[in-house]
Structure formats: C-alpha cells, structure tokens
Design a protein around this ligand. Structure first.
Ligand code: IVH
Length: 757
C-alpha cells in the first residue's frame, strides 16, 4: 500500500469506527461483531503509529487513553457549575412548585422535565466546531481540573458531534459506572490486592481522576448529558429544556432516555414514585429525581439563589447508606445450623426505615471488610434487601475496637461449631438437638411453599417448643385442641383453624413434601424436580452419589468408545504404527486422535487425564468411557447430591419421614420414570419435560397424567424430548428447547391433548 493509500485507509477506518462506536454505545444496535471492530481498531492504531499526524483529535483510537500526565491543569468554568436545592418528600416538592408560581405570579400549571439523578461525577465538556476539545471536573464550581484524555475514553461519548453548528458548545453531564461494572471492577481490584471502592460513585470519581488515562480506558465509564453550559454558536437555540435535550441527542450526545416531561406537580410526584419503584432494577445508581422548569424564558425569569437555580430541584430518595456504630455481633443459627454473624447497631434511619440489626454475612466477609466491634460502619438498606454492613470507616476506629470472633460453641445449644476449611460458613453440629435449628426447621416445614399450614406463626411455634409439645415436625399432627387453647393468643376459632390447616396439609404433593423436609440446599424447584424424576421417596432414598454424577467422558459416543478400546488393545492396528507402553499421556492422546476416527482432541485429552497410561487404558471397557445419557437431575450438582444422600442416610431423618407418613401425609402417586410402561397407551414412546408454573394442574399432576398415558417424563431437555410442556415464567429449559427446535406445549394445549388421549 502506498503512503497515500494508507492515509485514505486511515480516514476510512476512523469514520467506520466512529460510526460503530455510536451504534454500540449510544444506539445499542451494533452492526458488526466485536471481533471485527477490534481488527479495524488495531489496523488504525498501526497506521497512526506509522503516520502520527493522522491521529486527529477525534480519532477513535484516543479512546484507549494517552500518555500519562504529571498533574492536571486547572480549568476556569466560564459559566459556573452550580448545585441544586433539595426536596425530601411530597410536601417539599409542592412547596417548591408553589414558590415558583408565587414568584411567576401565576396559578397555571408549570411544566417540568424530570431526569433521574445519577449518582456519579459532574463534568463539563467543550466542543469546538463539533470537535471534543476540553473536558473538566466540576471542582469548586468555578475552577475544575482538565481531564480531557480521561473523558475521551468514555465509551458512549462522541469525540465528534454530528451536524453541529460552527462555534463553541459546552455541555454538562454525569459520569458514572453501572452497578455490574462496579461489582466486576471491585472483584478485579480485590484479586490484584488493589483498593476496593465503597460505591459506584467513588469508583467513577477515582477512575476519572487518574493521571494515566489508559487505566481510565479500561474502566467502562459512561456519561449522560443533562444540560448545556456556555454556548456560542451562529444558530438559534431551542426555547425549552426538553428541546435542548433533543437537540443534544440529535448531535449524537447520550441523553438518559428515562427523562420525561411532566405537565404539573402532581405528574411530577407520580414520576418520582415510579422511578423510586424501579430504582433497584435500574443498572445504575440514582439518588433521586431532578425536576427542571421546561420553559427557558421562565427559567430566566426565576433566576438563581446563591449557588443554585430557583428553577430546578433535586427530589431525593431516602438514603440507602448511613453511618452508625457497631455495638456488638451476635451469631444467629439457621435451619441447617449455619451461623450468621448479625450486627447490633446504634439505631439509624436508612432506606426509609429504622435499622438496628444488619447482616455481616459470614466470617470471610468480616475479614475482607476488616470490620471490628466499636467501629463506625456504613449500613446499607436497599429496597427489600436485608440491611447489611458495607464497610468500616477505619480512619475513625476507636482505640478500644475489638476483633470479631466466631464462637467455638453454638450460642443456642452449646454443641461444637464446625468450620470446614475452604468454606465460609461455620455450622452448629447440634442438628435437631439444637433449639434454633428445630425452630427454623418447623418454621420452614409449615411455610406456604412447603406444607402450607396457616396459623402456625413464629409466636405459636416458640410456645410449642418451649412447652416441649413439639420437637419434630411430625409432632404437630398429634397436637390436641386443648393443648392449642392453652397457648397464649390462641382462642377457639384460632385453634380450630390450626387443626383444620394441619388436616388439610396432609393431602400434599411429593415435591412439597420433599421441600418441607428441609434437605440442605434443596429449594422448591429442585424438590419438584426430584419428585418428578424419582417418583417416590423410596426411589430417591435408594439413589447413591454415583447416580447423580455424570459418568463416562463427554464427547465419546458408543462407536468411538468401542474403537478406542480396540485400538489400545493393539490387535487391529498395523504393527508399524502401534501404540507402546512408554508413550506419555500426551502422546497417547495424540496417537488416539490420529488413529480413532471421530475422536476429538478435547475428548482424547479428557480420556488420558483419567487414564494416563496405556496399562490403565487397557483395563477399562467401552461402557466406562462412553458418555452416558446423564441420569442426573437438573440443578443437582455434586454438593447438593451429597446433601441428599447424606440426608437419607440419617436414621433420625428416615424415622421422621416414617412418622410423617404414619400421621397421614400422602400425595398422588407418580409412576417412576425408571419403569417404562407396557402395553399400548396413547402417548407410548413420547418423552416430555415439564417446566414453569401452571395455573390449573400442579407439576406432579401433569407428570402423573402424562405417565398414566404411557409417556416418559424427564428432568432435562434433549434432542430426544418429544415436547416441552411449558407454563409461566419458564427459564433455561425453554431456551434450550427453542434452540433444539422442539415442540412447545402450553397449558391450554396440554389440557386439550390430555382430553383427547
Ligand atoms: S442539573 C444548574 N441534572 O447533581 C443545574 N444535575 O446536586 C445543576 N446530577 O452536581 C445540575 N443528575 O452532579 C442536574 N439530571 C441532572 C443530574 C444532576 C445528577 C448531579 C450533578 C450536580 C448535582 C447537583
């Protein structure tokens, strides 16, 4: 390529990459795959390295950062960067609206533009003739720092505006890091023993104020523009804030599309409430909503007070993080014996509620965060999430702060506490002898998704335990009316209701029953899957650990397995190419790939990893290496399988199951999937998988209905599945079935099929 050609190519690439950047980061609609983008990008980097003059100020290659700076230059904001007044609560928003009407001497509704208030860092950006030339932090509002190279690296910021008028356009916006990127960044920081950031805002601020912009480039910072600064162009400017945002957006600047126009103060309040509800689901942190008077002539009339405009207000959400003191740490014992450290705090108002207890998760977390008793800590309560201690303020640590220690004995029953190496949780070894575990197990047993026994709340369960009327769940079924009436807060009606609920709970499903047993790690969905797969308690009881763990080597089918056995046996292979016993595992693997048709390198490597010598390979038979159609139940991994097998090996547990069944608990029969039906039935030879939630029949009932018609029901989707019976809120099975092009049957179609067969 001639020098001239290279220059043309560089220009072409700059244009292409700018377009792709916009498609990817602003329009969310990329036209080419990432790999292709990377290829063009590297090509341009090479060309610009060869001809440095080609790297113009808007070249997309500037997005990877530039040579490190010694310090940041100061930048005077020709138009000061202001702050905002706050409102907390509806009354204060209404006061704000009223103040404006009084000042404007009007009773007509004022139109506002509402924008989510992102919790990031305010910056000012200057474009000259459409080209991004300078960007600065807010600083004290009058003077900030020049962070142009860092801002160039922002993924969604255009370095060149499209269709901009000649002259100077200054815009202002908020730089932020989304929640996922924040979590990822902190994981990496931790791995590299670098500083962990307290929140996305600090992470964004820290990343922007780095002298080395190549590090900034590695952090996925984004920006939303929310207003203009000083604009000097030869064109007429929009007359409202809303139209200004539209104008900026048309030039390619990223505007938050959650912004909206609100016709009056009532609509504004409704917008606030809507965004507050969505807060936890948004992928970035916000701390409120900014309301701005839409008409710019009204803004001008209203003017400013000290450092804030009269025409705008930040309507803040209740703070989700507050500081308070950690007074003590108690350990709570859960259903399976796990000890959870719980922080006792000086009460603090956070996330809209008074908080005096918060979780500390486990000892690893405490260590990682370096929290001590007596510390000033940051407490977070977001949405419906349990309040948690986020971090300690080490600089404010009192001299008498104490380390948090895991007790050696269970605080409830005194049994030994066991902490297996490599596992974060410590456990009380008391089992059902521990009052706390008994209490939690009973609460779980009666809960709605388990046996669904209404009326047995915490207060009643505690009394039943205290009076030793109940130890095991099965004891619930021998409670008498008199015993119940003797309890506090229980009158005639309540006693009758509880007895009726106990009676009603006896007709259940196998899935619910399995869930109610409280096998560690086995949730509602897995319990349901175990029920469908095994069909009976006895079958599940008999399953060994081996049963759950996939056998053979994936990628080796029947025929290949036979061919491998024959080949290593040496009989059919010609002498010159024979495999010898001094081959290393790697050589065996290579030899097999060359001599066994259909054997892939990946599978061969797995094979020799398990059987690394020719001798060991000669001992195995085809069945042991052939990948078996996995008998595992979907979602049951090795750890859960161990819990299941362990649960059914306990004499106490088996006795309790017996007592429960003797008490009258029963469920509709499900034919085992292991025994195919004889005779001809309408759905003979068909295999179904059931997923999702159904409104009419339960999953057990659907399974029983299909099996009684001769069908097989299995737990996982494969190409051998006839159809997926799919209810509401289906997940990965539906995705897989669609990928395999399987027939999907919904609840209505299922009912039709069952009635026809
Ligand atoms: S307008 C004169 N709009 O909030 C108007 N600010 O408390 C000044 N912020 O420093 C700002 N989102 O960092 C405005 N949509 C938004 C905003 C927003 C976040 C931040 C900004 C500012 C602070 C003011």
């Amino acid at each position: 390529m001639s020098a001239a050609d290279k220059k043309t190519r560089a220009l072409e690439l700059q244009e292409k990459l700018t377009r792709y950047n916009r498609q990817y980061h602003i329009d969310d609609n990329p036209e080419i795959p990432d790999a292709e983008y990377d290829q063009f990008f590297r090509e341009l980097q090479h060309l610009e390295a060869e001809f440095p003059e080609l790297q113009t100020a808007d070249s997309p290659t500037l997005k990877v950062g530039a040579a490190p700076l010694d310090r940041f230059e100061k930048v005077d904001h020709r138009m000061p960067m202001l702050s905002l007044g706050n409102a907390f609560g509806e009354d204060e928003l209404k006061d704000f609206d009223k103040r404006l009407k009084d000042r404007l001497k009007t009773s007509a509704a004022i139109e506002y533009v509402a924008e989510p208030k992102l919790d990031g860092l305010a910056v000012s950006l200057v474009y000259i003739d459409g080209l991004f030339t300078q960007g600065a932090t807010r600083g004290d509002g009058s003077t900030g720092e020049d962070i142009t190279p860092n801002l160039r690296t922002l993924r969604n910021l255009p370095l060149q505006l499209s269709g901009a008028p000649r002259g100077r356009i200054e815009v202002r916006g908020e730089v932020f890091l989304d929640k996922k990127s924040f979590a990822r960044l902190n994981r990496e920081q931790e791995k590299n023993n670098a500083k962990v950031f307290v929140n996305p805002r600090n992470a964004a601020a820290g990343s922007l104020r780095l002298l080395d912009s190549t590090i900034t480039a590695s952090r996925p910072l984004r920006i939303y523009i929310y207003s203009i600064g000083l604009v000097e162009v030869d064109a007429e400017l929009p007359s409202s804030h809303w139209d200004t945002l539209k104008w900026l957006s048309d030039m390619g600047l990223p505007i938050n599309d959650a912004s909206a126009r609100c016709g009056d103060v009532e609509t504004s309040q409704a917008y606030y409430e809507k965004i507050l509800r969505q807060r936890d689901a948004l992928d970035y942190e916000i701390d409120g909503v900014v309301f701005k008077v839409n008409r710019l002539d009204l803004q001008a009339e209203l003017g400013f007070v000290s450092r804030a405009p009269r025409w705008a207000i930040a309507y803040k959400f209740p703070a989700q993080e507050m500081t308070t003191r950690l007074l003590a740490v108690d350990f709570q014992v859960g259903r399976t014996g796990a000890l959870t450290p719980v922080a006792r705090l000086e009460p603090v108002f956070v996330g809209g509620a008074m908080v005096s207890n918060a979780t500390l998760h486990n000892m690893d977390e405490i260590e990682r965060k370096g929290i001590m008793i007596g510390d000033n800590v940051i407490v977070r309560r977001a949405g419906d999430v349990i309040p948690e201690v986020v971090s300690a303020i080490e600089s404010a640590r009192p001299a008498d702060a104490r380390l948090i220690a895991m007790p050696e004995q269970c605080p409830v029953c005194g049994s030994a506490v066991e902490r297996l190496s490599g596992v974060a949780v410590a456990k009380c070894t008391g089992g059902f002898n521990c009052a706390a575990q008994r209490r939690e197990a009973l609460k779980h047993f009666v809960s709605r998704k388990a046996m669904n026994i209404d009326g047995l709340g915490e207060k009643i369960i505690d009394q039943l335990l205290e009076r030793k009327l109940v130890t095991w769940p099965s004891d619930l079924y021998s409670l008498t009316r008199e015993q119940l009436l003797d309890l506090d807060l229980v009158k005639d009606k309540k006693a009758d209701n509880v007895l009726q609920a106990l009676e009603d709970s006896k007709q259940t499903s196998l899935g619910r029953f399995l869930f109610a047993l409280g096998i560690p790690e086995v949730g509602e969905t897995t319990a349901e899957q175990l029920a469908t797969h095994f069909g009976s308690i006895d079958n599940l009881h008999e399953a060994t650990l081996d049963y759950f763990i996939p056998k053979g080597i994936s990628g080796i089918g029947n025929v290949t397995a036979q061919a491998i056995i024959e080949a290593v046996g040496g009989s059919t292979v010609d002498k010159a190419r024979e495999l010898t016993t001094d081959y290393t595992a790697e050589q065996i693997s290579e030899w097999l790939v060359q001599n066994v048709s259909g054997l892939k390198a990946v599978a061969a490597r797995k094979l020799v990893a398990r059987y690394p010598t020719l001798e060991s390979l000669r001992q195995v038979d085809a069945n042991a290496i052939r990948s078996q159609p996995s008998p595992t139940v979907e979602g049951v991994g090795e750890i859960m399988a161990a819990h299941i097998v362990n649960f059914f090996s306990s004499h106490d547990n088996l006795q309790e199951i017996d007592r429960l069944i003797k008490a009258g608990i029963s469920w509709p029969d499900i034919a085992s999937v292991e025994e195919p039906e004889d005779g001809t039935k309408p759905l003979d030879g068909n295999t179904y998988v059931i997923t999702g939630k159904f409104s009419g029949l339960s999953r057990d009932e659907i399974s029983a209905a299909l099996q009684s018609r001769g069908a097989r029901v299995t737990g996982s989707v494969s190409k051998n599945t006839t159809a997926l019976v799919c209810g509401e809120a289906a997940g990965s099975k539906l995705t897989k079935a669609n990928a395999l092009g399987l027939t999907i049957i919904d609840e209505a179609e299922l009912e039709k099929m069952l009635s026809e067969n």
